[in-house]
Design a protein around this ligand. Structure first.
Ligand code: SF4
Length: 192
């Protein structure tokens, strides 16, 4: 439909009339947003977590001569475990300040942190990732699913826990394990 100038003007006036009452409410909403702080206040330091992370870094430097590099592999999880692993590096925990590094390639990793029950679709990818990780390497099965497939055990799409596909050095149980559980597990691994 092609409108002439008069029709466009009439429609504009009608629209302004329709939306005009909403403008003060919108302005109020925007002003409220500007009055609020733009970011949350920084969290209190968790001394237990910081002590664990510092201890992990010291142990890694003693054992490897450098900080620990971790490659995370999702072998079929629900992503609950990933949220806790990502929390290690978020602004709240910020564990990179202690030298804990997540790397993008298994070729740069000391530890494979594997989550989820291993699905049939991910079995070969997990095996190839394990082969691509240089020795000496550790494999940590994360969560109840990593341990024995957890709530997904018996599913037609699942092979089983991580140990049914590659050798596992440590299991960190939980559904999901907390960041503190993850750090404790990694520390145990380096101290054995
Ligand atoms: S252990 Fe729990 S949180 Fe982790 S992948 Fe399995 S169901 Fe999800």
């Amino acid at each position: 439909m092609i409108c002439d100038d008069a029709q466009i003007r009439d429609r504009g006036m009608a629209a302004r009339g329709r939306f005009a009452p909403a403008a003060p409410a919108m302005l109020k909403f925007l002003l409220q947003g500007l009055r609020r702080p733009l970011t949350e206040s920084p969290p209190p330091n968790d001394p237990e977590l910081a002590a664990l992370a510092a201890s992990l870094d010291q142990t890694a430097r003693k054992r490897l001569g450098r900080s620990l590099s971790i490659r995370q592999v999702d072998a079929g999880s629900c992503n609950g475990c990933e949220l806790e692993i990502h929390a290690l590096n978020n602004a709240f925990h910020d564990l990179e300040r202690f030298g804990l590094r997540f790397v993008a390639s298994p070729r740069h990793a000391d530890v494979l942190l594997v989550t989820g029950p291993v699905t049939k679709n991910m079995k070969e990818a997990l095996e190839r990732t394990w082969r691509a990780t240089p020795d000496p390497k550790w494999v940590v099965a994360v969560g109840d699913c990593g341990a024995d497939a957890g709530v997904f055990a018996g599913s037609y799409a699942v092979v089983g826990g991580v140990a049914s596909v590659i050798p596992v050095d440590l299991v960190i149980r939980g559904c999901p394990p907390s960041p503190t559980d993850l750090l404790r597990g990694l520390l145990t691994l380096l101290r054995t």
